[in-house]
Write a protein that binds this ligand. Structure first.
Ligand code: 5GP
Length: 113
């Protein structure tokens, strides 16, 4: 069950500020508040989905494609395509997911530990 009061839902409703990197009709990308690398960007779709499986199984294919194309566009915009990057999505308790709105972490700008 999706929790409308999670932090990323509040960011999408502009109730909490974020350092925006990129936005379009389907997705929002912003800097992580506690960066684990020189570049640490979070990408979220604008649909209310709890985690990876919820997003992939319960979302229109066009929105899924649009989201992942935006991930690639942001990687380009951050100029880390050549130097390399890591994309992570945490899911559930064992995956260490803290915020229950599906998101990807994009890490780069240095050798990611
Ligand atoms: P998760 O563990 O759910 O995959 O990652 C959640 C991420 O959200 C963490 O890396 C954490 O630093 C980040 N985060 C938590 N609260 C906020 C916030 O209010 N603003 C931003 N920009 N990032 C947040």
């Amino acid at each position: 069950m999706y929790d409308n009061n999670n932090i990323f839902a509040k960011i999408l409703r502009n109730e909490i500020a974020c350092k925006k990197i990129y936005e379009d009709n389907n997705s929002l990308f912003f800097n992580d508040i506690n960066p684990q690398a020189k570049i640490h960007v979070l990408g979220i779709p604008k649909v209310n989905r709890v985690d990876f499986s919820d997003f992939i199984l319960n979302t229109d294919e066009k929105i899924i494609t649009s989201f992942f194309l935006s991930v690639d566009l942001v990687i380009d915009q951050l100029s880390i395509k050549k130097t390399g990057f890591r994309i992570i999505t945490n899911s559930g308790a064992d995956g260490g997911q803290e915020v229950p709105h599906f998101h990807v972490h994009i890490l780069g700008g240095e050798k990611v530990k």
